[in-house]
Design a protein. Structure first.
Length: 490
């Protein structure tokens, strides 16, 4: 699996994480095995960690047996995700017996959530580091080298790792992630992210643009601007948004909001394809769509999680918008950017969800006509408002049945959307060789649909080619390269 394919937005939490390696410095003698779980943000953070450790004498490796340091960058979003990491940790037990000097560390959301409990419960973990403490890794490793356990789970209001040039792990050199915000202030009642990733903060736009320009100069052709909620990006000379007591204080400063940042990035790298994730219906404004319409290089695709189609559920989830407001936003987007595609996240079986609420979710999906979806049975997370105040009362079998219905409907909708792309010419960025056939390329169109087509002489990775789509499966477009372009989809 290639983590650069954005469609695989969240890695299947029942599967082992992914290890990537290319961080190399010839003078480095130590080996780091770094495995990532969860969302794109974690993969992006792993690139920062690899960069910091590259300066500390570590090159990355794909072979856990030859590692001096094993780090798992973990996810807490659902219980399953945590179970998978625990199982993985137990596999390192034997390795540690054979190699007493091996250090095993846990990074990311589980580290933040469980803190010292990790050192107490999981005897084989030597190092616990939360998402805002990666700069401290060199010091923490000095502790573990001295035979002591080490932990830093302090969350920061400022840390954006703005000045750290991430080592690009595992990609094909064509697509890259650029983090623009960290943390989340939204407090959806089901969500552990505000507790594990802390307060929301935005990265200096100058450093974002510099990173994008550097990527272009290094041959990258597509970037994804990343944040838990990109629409609430707001920069005004540093500091956390909430540090300013009133709006007039903010007014005095030169502020940059998300639509402006997007405009600036699209202008700075006019031939780079630009995507962004994740959008939030409460914080997204129509000026983002205006900017999308203005720039040909911004892909016409928005991942816009909604979680439920029922107002009752949306309120209990503290999503701060109604079903109608969401549908309005989608309608405006379609007006401003007619070729736009949407994907969703849904939580099925949240506290008190009735059959009627469930039907509202299905009808909302039909109304929007999503290209893709990421659907999850509700998993209660310790410490969240829902865990404290609500009852996880939808029986597991009901959750599973409703989930199956939602997944089946999304399958139908995806197939229909893919069929709509047939018979047209699409601009596709070549991202790699198809998994199923080495004589075929795979890439994505502007709407993020995966497209496979026969390789032609002279074509190479990173080319943007015109592909006539003549068929489809539920999630893939099948096409042929055409030489002359008469119609363009984006
Ligand atoms: N804004 C974030 C959301 C992170 S969580 C982003 O960048 O995508 C990703 C998705 O996991 C959410 O949209 C939600 O659909 C799902 N999720 C979050 N908490 C959950 C829980 N307790 N149980 C089941 N699914 C959950
Ligand atoms: Fe979680 Fe809601 Fe933020 S889903 S990441 S609290 S927008």
């Amino acid at each position: 699996m290639n983590f650069n394919i954005v469609q695989e937005k969240y890695i299947d939490e029942t599967k082992q994480g992914e290890a990537f390696a290319i961080a190399e410095k010839p003078q480095n003698s130590k080996k780091l095995f770094l495995e990532s779980y969860g969302c794109q943000m974690n993969f992006s953070d792993s690139e920062i960690v690899a960069s910091i450790l590259n300066e500390q004498g570590y090159n990355t490796t794909l072979k856990q047996e030859e590692a001096d340091l094993i780090l798992l960058n973990t996810c807490s979003i659902r219980e399953k995700a945590e179970q998978t990491v625990r199982m993985r940790l137990s596999q390192f037990k034997n390795l540690k017996k054979e190699k007493p000097n091996l250090t095993v560390g846990v990074l990311g959301c589980m580290a933040e959530r469980l803190k010292t409990k990790f050192l107490e419960e999981e005897q084989l973990v030597d190092l616990v580091v939360g998402p805002d403490a990666y700069r401290d890794l060199p010091n923490l490793l000095k502790e573990t080298d001295g035979g002591r356990d080490a932990i830093n789970v302090i969350l920061s209001k400022e840390e954006t790792y703005a000045d750290i040039n991430p080592v690009r792990l595992g990609g094909s050199g064509v697509t890259a992630f650029v983090t623009i915000t960290r943390g989340c202030d939204n407090m959806c009642t089901f969500c552990v992210v505000p507790f594990t990733r802390g307060r929301e903060r935005s990265r200096d736009p100058h450093s974002i643009i510099k990173e994008c320009v550097d990527l272009w100069e290094n041959g990258y052709k597509e970037i994804t601007l990343l944040g838990q909620n990109v629409d609430s990006y707001l920069w005004y000379g540093g500091g956390a948004k909430k540090d300013f007591k009133n709006a007039s204080e903010i007014q005095k400063l030169t502020a940059v909001k998300f639509s402006q940042l997007l405009d600036m990035v699209a202008t700075a790298v006019p031939e780079m394809r630009i995507r962004f994730s994740t959008s939030n219906p409460h914080d997204m404004t129509t000026d983002v769509f205006e900017v999308m319409a203005k720039h040909k290089n911004i892909c016409k695709y928005v991942h816009l999680p909604v979680q439920s189609g029922s107002d009752r559920m949306l309120e209990k989830m503290n999503r701060q918008h109604t079903r109608d407001e969401y549908l309005d936003l989608i309608a405006q987007a379609k007006k401003i950017v007619p070729e736009i595609a949407f994907s969703q996240d849904m939580i099925i079986g949240f506290c008190g969800e009735t059959e009627e609420d469930h039907q509202m979710t299905l009808s909302l999906m039909r109304e929007v006509g999503y290209d893709y979806g990421y659907m999850f049975a509700y998993s209660e997370r310790p410490g969240t408002p829902a865990h404290k105040k609500m009852e996880d009362d939808v029986p597991a079998d009901v959750k599973q049945r409703r989930l199956a219905e939602v997944i089946a409907l999304q399958g139908e909708l995806s197939r229909k959307r893919m069929q709509g792309y047939v018979g047209r010419i699409h601009e596709v960025l070549i991202e790699g060789t198809s998994k199923k056939n080495e004589n075929q390329w795979k890439g994505r169109n502007s709407q993020n649909a995966v497209c496979v087509f026969d390789k032609l002489e002279g074509q190479k990775l990173g080319d943007i080619v015109s592909v006539m789509v003549h068929g489809n499966t539920q999630g893939t477009l099948l096409g042929t390269t055409v030489q002359s372009v008469s119609v363009e989809v984006n």
